[in-house]
Design a protein around this ligand. Structure first.
Ligand SMILES: [Zn+2]
Length: 350
């Protein structure tokens, strides 16, 4: 009897579905790529054809060249690919982010989550659990130490900190990944405190969010022209790579500058890793420990493949405590932090 291989397998180019003739989030150019979201470790330019949500395709084009023909099905719309039926479902990670459901003509249904989170986020489509037999889940924060608090409380803290800085003539700088986190931070800011400036690298993706109807407060270009307006009372959102640069010092108020980093990593690493920041705010676009386990339960999957992050720990827990069969899937995805690759929008580094 022939050995039946899995529907989706890791290869040196990415996750390959032979029955459908496509890759999911390949890390090298391929003929047909189904892309879960526009972060650089999941979206590779130079593929022959793309299948992605409309917002993902728009975000990819705002950030990279070499994105050719793209088919953009609506969420839930079935698409025939080879001997499979494929559909995209919201992943709640960033705008447009999708899970990929693959139904073969016979055999178990698979869902590949890509990156996802279950916390509410007004800047992207909410996560939907998708019933399946086999789930391929990310595990960026797959350890019990990672449990996110109330998002609204995080923004209350952030706005209170900005207000106290502005009262003391200090410019507030918030380091946030350029796609997803920066826009989520923007949406939570209280614009009555002062002007909001965005570094050029953030303009492209932020424009896509606004065109998609995501409500964000007014912002201005954080550049030399607008520096006098931002100094001492404004809040500047920029990628982590801008931390400690001469560019940042242009915005110094009479009381100086205060810098915060907004990331799930702030839960433990804090100042140890980000020595130059004054504050850390814990806000992640990935599921925390409870979110990962709850998602496995809600899909009803009996087999769970775990990829990028704390794969071994999560796989062991699920096997021992949840009674599902687990396997670890090697991939090149990097999880939270994938924006530190120097990817710039059309606005460049200015
Ligand atoms: Zn991502």
């Amino acid at each position: 009897m022939p050995v039946k291989t899995d529907l989706i397998v890791p290869t040196d180019r990415g996750l390959w579905c032979e029955a459908g003739g496509f890759y999911i989030d390949p890390w090298r150019p391929v003929d047909l790529a189904v892309v879960t979201h526009a972060h650089a470790d999941h979206a590779t330019p130079g593929c022959g054809r793309y299948i992605a949500s409309a917002n993902t395709a728009a975000l990819m084009r705002s950030r990279m060249s070499g994105i050719g023909e793209a088919h953009t099905p609506a969420f839930g719309e079935p698409l025939r690919l080879g001997a499979t039926t494929v559909s995209l479902h919201p992943a709640g990670h960033v705008l447009g982010s999708s899970q990929v459901r693959v139904v073969p003509e016979e055999g178990p249904t698979w869902v590949v989550t890509g990156d996802y989170k279950v916390e509410p986020d007004p800047t992207c489509e909410p996560f939907e659990p998708v019933a399946c037999d086999v789930l391929l889940t990310e595990s960026t924060f797959g350890l019990p130490i990672y449990r996110w608090g109330d998002t609204l409380a995080v923004f209350d803290d952030l706005n209170a900190w900005w207000r106290s800085n502005a009262d003391a003539g200090r410019t507030t700088v918030v380091l946030a990944y350029a796609l997803g986190k920066a826009q989520r931070v923007l949406a939570g800011l209280d614009a009555s405190i002062g002007p909001i400036g965005l570094r050029g690298a953030l303009h492209g993706p932020t424009g896509v969010y606004q065109e998609a109807g995501i409500v964000l407060p007014d912002w201005i270009h954080a550049n030399a022209t607008n520096a006098p307006e931002l100094k001492g009372r404004g809040l500047i959102v920029c990628p982590p790579s801008a931390s400690g640069t001469a560019w940042i010092r242009k915005f110094r108020g009479k009381g100086g500058i205060r810098t915060a980093f907004v990331s799930g990593w702030m839960r433990v690493r804090g100042r140890r890793r980000w020595g130059s920041v004054d504050r850390g705010f814990v806000l992640s676009d990935h599921a925390d420990w409870d979110g990962l386990i709850d998602t496995v339960r809600r899909t009803g999957a009996k087999r769970v493949g775990v990829t990028h992050g704390s794969s071994e720990a999560l796989a062991r827990y699920l096997a021992e405590r949840e009674g599902v069969e687990t396997f670890v899937v090697p991939t090149r995805y990097r999880g939270e932090g994938d924006e530190q690759d120097g990817v710039q929008g059309p606005g460049g580094a200015a």
